[in-house]
Ligand binder design. Sequence first.
Ligand code: CA
Length: 698
Amino acid sequence: MKYLCYLLTVENIRCAQGGCVMENQHINSNRNELELLKIWSDHKGMYDIFSSIEFEEAFTYEGDDLGAIYNKDATKFRVWAPTASKIDLRLYRTGHDNSLFEVIPMSRDVKGTWVVTVEKDLNKIYYTYLVTVDGITSEAVDPYVRTTGVNGERGMVIDLLETNPCGFIEEKRPESCSPLDTVIYELHIRDFSTDPSSGIKNVGNFLAFTETGTKNSFGQGTGIDHLTELGITHLHLLPSFDYASVDESRPEDNAFNWGYDPLNYNVPEGSYSTDPFHGEVRVKEFKQMILSLHEHGIRVVMDVVYNHTFSVDSNLNKIVPDYYYRKVGDAYSNGSGCGNETASERAMVRKFIVDSVVYWAKEYHVDGFRFDLMGVHDIETMKAVKKALHEVDPSILIYGEGWTGGDSSLSYEKRAIKAHTYKMEGVASFNDDLRDAIKGSVFDSYEKGFVSGKTGLEGNIKFGVVAATNHTGIDFSKTSSGRYWAGSPCQCINYVSCHDNLTLWDKLTISNPNESFENRVKMNKLACAIVFTSQGIPFIQAGEEFLRSKPSGVNEGGFEENSYKSPDSTNRLQWDNLKQYEDVFTYYKGLIAFRKEHAGLRLKTTEEINSQLSFIEGLENNVVAFHIEHKLDDTNMEHIFVVYNANKESKRIMLPDGAWGVYVNGETAGIDRMQEVTSDIMVEPISAMVLLKEATHF
Ligand code: CA
């Protein structure tokens, strides 16, 4: 038993948390942990002991051996449960039915952990912990569990080495020079392959990402071939860890959920595997998916959801009741909008989050993490995440939603929200200022945006162009944030649509009911041209490049704006639409190719953007234009001139001196020069134009 060597007073705890106090009651030093817990327990309800410095000092476990550490000869189990009075390890033959064969008591060890070593080969043996806390006994799955049986009901001991596909250990992440060279494509696993026109055999599974040569009904490439043709660098997968809401035992139901209801954080989701009953299968198939994507030059970003759990009847809460959550009085704080929020500021919650992302990065070679409701987390946790991940590999991408989903009890100044992005070097936030300026607010389906004719939005468009950094050409009083929030362009994710809310195409349809199809396509093209010619990191929703729609299964002719549990028929990518909207796909592809060719669109620092990008002043309403003069090397300059004309009339724009080549207009985008112009240019209605004065023209 470890003894504590400091003077603990009840007053100290009270000061930490502002609860009521028993005056002058001092507790002697050298209390052992059990005595401390007894005293704390006696004052339960009076103090938030879990947030006290004393608790953290007594019970912060820093080891890297939590969970079930497998060796052929023995498996060592360690679980952090400082308030538990008894824990038994229960061993099962299977992950779901009545197959208990052994119960082994665990022993209290250092820093509130409990341990037991079982000297047998436990590979593929299922297990749980039977935990007694405050006289209540519950069966819980190990929070550090590496895989589970069906529906995540029991953990499974696993020999991870056995799960590596051929070549996995040696494989390297695809090359990526800088976060700014990134093009992110956001996708749900099922959406990729559930439409018959995908031509993919492994419908709805991780293995869909291992198939090549797949075609739609018109012979056009789908699946992974489509992703490589489009030119993305990062595939962002909606939650792919084990979540609660889909019954893994009934694949015939074809149930759909986005997966923002976490169950087991360090385990792949079973419904995306070919056999959710055997824990090793999901691990193997997740790795096969990563390996295949890496072999095609595509990095993988995981959408992670540490801000809340599926319910408060969670494994975390069974093992250490109330430790992992923020509470206000007796009620769970609800900053997630899902009924609870985790307390990332507490040492063992922060450690859990950091350990989890590092595990995915090391064991599965995951290349990036998108934090759901990052604003629920505290800034220090996001800094710890960044530090730990960049020790694994400094090119790992970290970004998140810089907002909360409800009223969080975490104080505003501690929140990892968008306004504080500049305080979190190496972490980026989604730019909702640009998103809503381009197409109209996501909270009002009918509101128009810059591309669809709403006026007065030039300020926010320019703010997106400079990746929400501090630029001398921005009048911050004309932006929705009122000030810059990115400390550098790699802290800004520019986008116009994602899985939330209406798709871009549905939004344009609903908010512009009287516009022609042709004009709405022009709006869509202008929207993506803004995203891909802005500084920062561009991001698109899967299928945006062929006018993705989410038809409502309920209202004829309607669209789903919150399709989190809508059927595949609403959510799936309809690959045959590639034929009808091939022109739009080609436009996206051309913009990505142009962006990759020209470093001036990927400036690395706020200083570079300030000195090399200048806005053209004195233009008409609903027109934004800028000139980038980027030094490529000691002898060559790259001049890029970009115009967005959101008006329904053509606009004549004066060009800087010299001969200019047109590479992007309202119809076409790419790396080939379409036309050469001097002095001025006519920019068509609702269109972008990108021109280049190449070095050869000096
Ligand atoms: Ca699951």
